[in-house]
Design a binder for this molecule. Structure first.
Ligand SMILES: *[C@@H]1O[C@H](CO)[C@@H](O)[C@H](O)[C@H]1NC(C)=O
Ligand SMILES: *[C@@H]1O[C@H](CO)[C@@H](O)[C@H](O)[C@H]1NC(C)=O
Ligand SMILES: *[C@@H]1O[C@H](CO)[C@@H](O)[C@H](O)[C@H]1NC(C)=O
Ligand SMILES: *[C@@H]1O[C@H](CO)[C@@H](O)[C@H](O)[C@H]1NC(C)=O
Ligand SMILES: *[C@@H]1O[C@H](CO)[C@@H](O)[C@H](O)[C@H]1NC(C)=O
Ligand SMILES: *[C@@H]1O[C@H](CO)[C@@H](O)[C@H](O)[C@H]1NC(C)=O
Ligand SMILES: *[C@@H]1O[C@H](CO)[C@@H](O)[C@H](O)[C@H]1NC(C)=O
Ligand SMILES: *[C@@H]1O[C@H](CO)[C@@H](O)[C@H](O)[C@H]1NC(C)=O
Ligand SMILES: *[C@@H]1O[C@H](CO)[C@@H](O)[C@H](O)[C@H]1NC(C)=O
Ligand SMILES: *[C@@H]1O[C@H](CO)[C@@H](O)[C@H](O)[C@H]1NC(C)=O
Ligand SMILES: *[C@@H]1O[C@H](CO)[C@@H](O)[C@H](O)[C@H]1NC(C)=O
Ligand SMILES: *[C@@H]1O[C@H](CO)[C@@H](O)[C@H](O)[C@H]1NC(C)=O
Length: 805
């Protein structure tokens, strides 16, 4: 079936677009310390289809013990394996790095159970392009790899002299250096030698979402015959040090299994294949399934040819057709900007992983995705972009969260290895459902969607007693729901009370959006709108900071505020470590004070009107005002402004000037400043983790000159970075964005006038229907003047409820 869909896309693609040339797979792979991944984007630079179930790439060691190789790759580490499953752009402890091979040129001084005895430094810089990856090991082996949906193909060119082996270590996975609570572990495995290669399964557990055992089946063939030997060795996790003396025992027969099915402490198992001396090039195809070995073998049919170039060409065509050509930029000469744009667009289509037909526990017949990692990151603007330009995967995601609710009682916020976890703030799948609902996404059972959102709103999830936050569930749902239901806000009896209060507010607004169209009782939508005003209950006029009064504050039921300074006062400019146990998660209360998009009207009035709001917004961008850390030992905070360009809670803040009449030009200014300062085409060209493409989707929106207001059918208007952009949004519809007068070098970037669908426009926003009506046009005239052209109605506040407190 895969072959059919590939063939189909080849036919359509005759076209001719070559946007792949602008994709640089190494953007976002390094961090602030050059040559290392420390504090980097953690982007996956290997070979993958769009939303590929298989992402084939290298796994490496790390020098810096405070960072992990989340996507396998680090610029500085040594290669321990080529493996088929990876995440992209995630932080915390890694998941996957499983189903592996490793080419060896000798077995002398090699202990197959000890990766440090065969790990290889690399020679020169790795190279990669859309659909392929290549590296040269110190041993002289050159490796190239390519991928189809469920199958990878890898080519080893061995040096003329020396032996030629391929190691299959089933017990290989990506380790974590410091987050032991979320470490992965090997559980069990099996390998069987076949005529053309091998097949089997591995079982692993753990990873950032603290998941239980997950099993992946594999089936591999080589392009020539080899002598395969099986081995086993003692279980070594997590006390590798105690077993350094352990060595493998070779096993006779055609298969080896670590232990009885279900054992979590089974023997390590693997196979070592030896190729004849005259075979300088060895190729292997590896299929992967979450259902069975037989399916994994069937998936090998996705890649017919042994010529990697054929797979690369096909995969590239799918990227052009399904992703890159969805937004066509014409006439731009600046390749830096094109590279930033198309690489970001590429990054938005790596996660989630498309596992349609591959859900091991149930199959509702619709789409199924895994590696939802996490909605806390992606609900803010990734989902709205995907909904607009890649409706099939947006549909799969919505169907998946509803199916997960149906079969496992709660929708996920994060999910990988088919297991829900973890929840950083609110139950943000609610926001995704509302966004899809108000934008009329077809093919969804909205009755079920609404019930799933009501479950988040009304049912307290079982407390999984995550040691990072013992106060409530971090697996799914709203762990602090008891307070929310009792007081209308979250008290400091629960961790992250400030950030969860604002996030639950938005979640309940999302429920209200669904209820307004789906509940037969009109009072229900109003009930959730009133609950959505809960953030106002912790808005404290007496709290001052940097000369401003009125902030979100951690508030006890009796109205007293929890201090967070040694002198017994509360400072909204700090949240301690901003971790799971803090008052606010990975962002300052200063930042979270802006995150009520459904009722900006009340926020502006609490702050003291448009002018006071403008001044306070300006303060967000003054360098040097952020002194506290914002999570993950500080690596989540980029720059020194209160606005943090590197993490999601601050995403919408630069554009809130659109809510102040005549100030839209300042949103354009902030957008430009942020992109110019924090994004580039270097390997550290992203501000922090890509977060499953969330950060990249933010860049795409900025360059398009629009920004979505999530859970509402509304887009804020910025100013485009290109003079001619055509978005293909499906059903033969397009959005054509033009910019006359754009001249960045001379500061000609501000809107002078705008026509939307041919009509003169004075509003700083437009609706979804206006954007998707079919062949929509946005005609900008840009200039150097910071013109207050936006004197029409300000963007709506559909959740407006002002509590009398
Ligand atoms: C190397 O193998 C040991 C033993 O299985 C494991 O503890 C360690 O995490 C591995 N290192 C890497 C970088 O994969
Ligand atoms: C990589 O291997 C080289 C040579 O064996 C060694 O010097 C270096 O420390 C290793 N680096 C890492 C990060 O493991
Ligand atoms: C393994 O070794 C580590 C450090 O050498 C030690 O702390 C640990 O207790 C040992 N564990 C076992 C099971 O022997
Ligand atoms: C595959 O493509 C590469 C890069 O374009 C080229 O160097 C190589 O010769 C091609 N291989 C075959 C077998 O066509
Ligand atoms: C190209 O774009 C980059 C990024 O915006 C900018 O820094 C650079 O100055 C531009 N180059 C030219 C020649 O305009
Ligand atoms: C997801 O995978 C299924 C099965 O392989 C395929 O039919 C579908 O087109 C894929 N969806 C996307 C958005 O790539
Ligand atoms: C939609 O979901 C509801 C609630 O789970 C269920 O009762 C109904 O049968 C579903 N409808 C369809 C067409 O599947
Ligand atoms: C603010 O301070 C005034 C005067 O001390 C007090 O009456 C009021 O209750 C305080 N408000 C809050 C929200 O703490
Ligand atoms: C208390 O300490 C905070 C920061 O630690 C400081 O900003 C504030 O001014 C202090 N307040 C008083 C009343 O001393
Ligand atoms: C707001 O500021 C503008 C100048 O930026 C001024 O003209 C206007 O009077 C101010 N409005 C209020 C209510 O202070
Ligand atoms: C959009 O434009 C295309 C090409 O100009 C045209 O074929 C199509 O009919 C138009 N669609 C609508 C809805 O106007
Ligand atoms: C820009 O604004 C200034 C002052 O308002 C005005 O003198 C000038 O003509 C404007 N320039 C353009 C190109 O509109």
């Amino acid at each position: 079936m895969i072959l059919v869909s590939l063939a189909a896309s080849i036919v359509v693609s005759k076209a001719t677009t070559n946007y792949s040339d602008y994709v640089d797979l190494f953007i976002g792979t390094e961090g602030t310390v050059p040559g290392t991944s420390y504090n980097g984007g953690n982007v996956f630079p290997g070979a993958s289809m769009p939303f590929g179930a298989v992402k084939i790439g290298i796994d490496t060691t790390e020098f810096n013990s405070s960072t992990d190789a989340n996507a396998g790759y680090t610029p500085d580490g040594n290669v321990t394996s080529i493996s088929l499953l990876h995440e992209s752009g995630t932080g915390g402890a890694p998941k996957y790095g499983v189903v592996s091979q490793m080419p060896l040129t000798t077995l002398q001084n090699v202990n197959l159970l000890d990766n440090m005895t065969y790990a290889q430094p690399r020679v020169g810089h790795d190279s990669a392009g859309v659909g392929w990856y290549s590296t040269k090991l110190a041993s002289g082996v050159v490796i190239r790899m390519a991928a189809c949906m469920h199958t990878g193909i890898v080519e080893y060119t061995f040096p003329d002299k020396g032996e030629k082996h391929v190691l299959v270590d089933v017990s290989h996975y990506l380790p974590t250096q410091d987050d032991h609570l979320a470490s992965q572990f090997y559980s069990n495995g099996r390998v069987e030698l076949t005529k053309e290669g091998y097949r089997g399964w591995g079982t692993w557990r753990g990873g950032w979402n603290q998941g239980p055992d997950y099993t992946v089946y594999f089936c591999a063939v080589f392009d020539q015959s080899a002598t395969g030997r099986l081995f086993r060795g003692p279980y070594t996790d997590p006390y590798w040090a105690n077993f350094t003396g352990a060595s493998p025992t070779y096993v006779n027969g055609s298969s080896v299994q670590g232990g009885v099915a279900g054992s979590q402490f089974a023997d390590r198992v693997g196979a070592i294949f030896e190729f004849p001396g005259n075979a300088s090039m060895v190729k292997s195809k590896v299929g992967v399934s979450w259902i069975s070995e037989d399916r994994a073998c069937e998936f090998l049919g996705e890649i017919k040819s042994w010529d990697l170039n054929e797979t690369i060409t096909k995969t590239k065509e799918v990227w052009e057709d399904d992703v890159l050509s969805k937004i066509q930029v014409k006439g731009e000469k600046n390749t830096t900007r094109l590279t930033m744009f198309y690489t970001a667009l590429y990054h938005t289509a790596l996660l989630p992983s498309n596992r349609t037909g591959e859900s091991p526990y149930w199959d509702d017949g619709g789409g199924y995705v895994d590696d939802i990692y996490t909605i806390w990151d992606t609900f803010r603007c990734w989902f709205s972009l995907t909904l607009l330009i890649n409706r099939p995967i947006a549909t799969d995601l919505v169907q998946t969260v509803i199916s997960v609710w149906r079969h496992e009682r709660f929708m996920p916020d994060g999910r990988s290895g088919n297991y829900n976890g973890r929840v950083q703030g609110g139950s943000n799948a609610d926001n995704v459902l509302a966004d899809a609902y108000v934008k009329h996404l077809p093919g969804i059972n909205w009755t079920a969607a609404y019930q799933a959102a009501l479950t988040d709103a009304e049912v307290v999830p079982y407390n999984n007693f995550d040691p990072t936050d013992l106060t409530g569930s971090t697996k799914e749902g709203r762990g602090a729901l008891p307070d929310w239901l009792k007081y209308g806000f979250v008290t400091p009896a629960y961790a992250r009370s400030v950030s969860r209060t604002v996030e639950y507010s938005l979640n309940d607004f999302a429920v209200a959006q669904l209820a307004a169209g789906l509940d037969r009782h009109p009072g229900v939508a109003q009930k959730y709108l009133e609950r959505a005003a809960g953030w106002q209950r912790i808005w404290n006029r007496n709290v001052t900071s940097l000369g401003y009064s009125g902030f979100l504050a951690p508030t006890w039921p009796n109205g007293s505020v929890q201090a967070n300074s040694p002198n017994g006062t509360y400072d909204p400019g700090t949240c301690g470590g901003c971790e799971w146990d803090a008052i606010a998660y990975e962002a300052l209360p200063w930042e979270y004070s802006w995150t009520v998009p459904f009722d900006m009207r009340t926020l502006i009035s609490l702050i003291g009107g448009a002018n006071a709001t403008e001044a306070r917004l300006d303060t967000m961008f003054v360098p040097g005002l952020r002194t506290g850390t914002v999570g993950s030992g500080g690596i989540n905070g980029i720059g020194t402004t209160l606005f943090n360009p590197g993490n999601e809670p601050s995403f919408a803040t630069p554009f809130l000037y659109n809510y102040l009449p005549g100030r839209q030009w300042k949103s354009v200014l902030r957008s430009r400043q942020t992109v110019d300062l924090y994004y580039n085409t270097g390997p550290s060209g992203l501000p922090g983790n890509s977060d499953a493409g969330a950060v990249d989707s933010w860049l795409v929106w900025n360059m398009l000159g629009l920004y979505p207001v999530v859970t509402q059918p509304v887009y804020l208007i910025l100013a485009p970075w290109f003079d001619d952009i055509t978005m293909n949004i499906g059903d033969g519809k397009t959005i054509h964005i033009t910019a006359k007068g754009l001249d960045v070098a001379n500061g000609s970037i501000f809107v002078q006038s705008l026509k939307v669908n041919g009509v003169g426009w004075k509003k700083s926003w437009l609706t979804h229907d206006e954007l998707v009506k079919g062949n929509a046009t946005l005609e900008f005239v840009l200039g150097v003047n910071q013109t207050g052209w936006d004197i029409g109605d300000i963007p709506p506040s559909p959740g407006h409820v002002q509590l009398k407190l």
